[in-house]
Design a binder for this molecule. Structure first.
Ligand code: COA
Length: 140
């Protein structure tokens, strides 16, 4: 089941985020995001627990996919795809632009975004602790 996140979800989302990047809970202030209309946080419940989440920012001229994380053990089951489909079907409309950044060596994420027809529009050198990042874009 996919739904918008609630205050009570924050510690679980931070737990999952911190498994992916060390300082997730310091970098992403989820409590502020919950009170800010520009941010959407979606959670994916499976086995009665949040095991994936997505953060979307509505910027002035485009949307930014800030983060998508699926817990270990729940990957390659279509969960990230379900989250992206949910965003595209329920929050974005034709001609909206969505961008994201991804480390060039994050093959699962790169494949996911390419499957959803995101194109590489730029490379940011040494963006993630010395690793380059692609900026990717999709027009709905
Ligand atoms: C990237 C990530 C979100 C994918 O989630 P997922 O639920 O496993 O993805 P899905 O099952 O929906 O897979 C969709 C597509 O992604 C690609 N993909 C997913 N896992 C992959 C892997 N291990 N190797 C290669 N491609 C992969 C494939 O193209 C796949 O399509 P296919 O099943 O038709 O081959 C997940 O691996 C993850 O949470 N990684 C850690 C966090 C992260 O890197 N987030 C993205 C950067 S913010």
């Amino acid at each position: 089941m996919i739904r918008e996140s609630l205050l009570e979800d924050i510690s679980r989302i931070n737990y999952l985020g911190n498994k992916f990047i060390n300082n997730f809970s310091n970098t992403y202030n989820l409590i502020n995001y919950l009170n800010d209309d520009k941010y959407l946080i979606l959670v994916y419940l499976v086995d009665n627990e949040i095991n994936a989440f997505l953060i979307l920012l509505k910027n002035i001229d485009c949307y930014e996919l800030e983060m998508i994380v699926v817990n270990d053990g729940y990957r390659q089951k279509g969960i990230a795809s379900n989250l992206l489909d949910y965003v595209f079907n329920n929050y974005l409309k034709k001609d909206d632009v969505i961008i994201l950044e991804v480390a060039v060596n994050n093959i699962p994420a790169l494949n996911l975004y390419q499957k959803y027809n995101f194109s590489i529009i730029n490379t940011r050198k040494k963006y993630y602790h010395g690793i380059d990042a692609y900026v990717m874009k999709k027009v709905i």
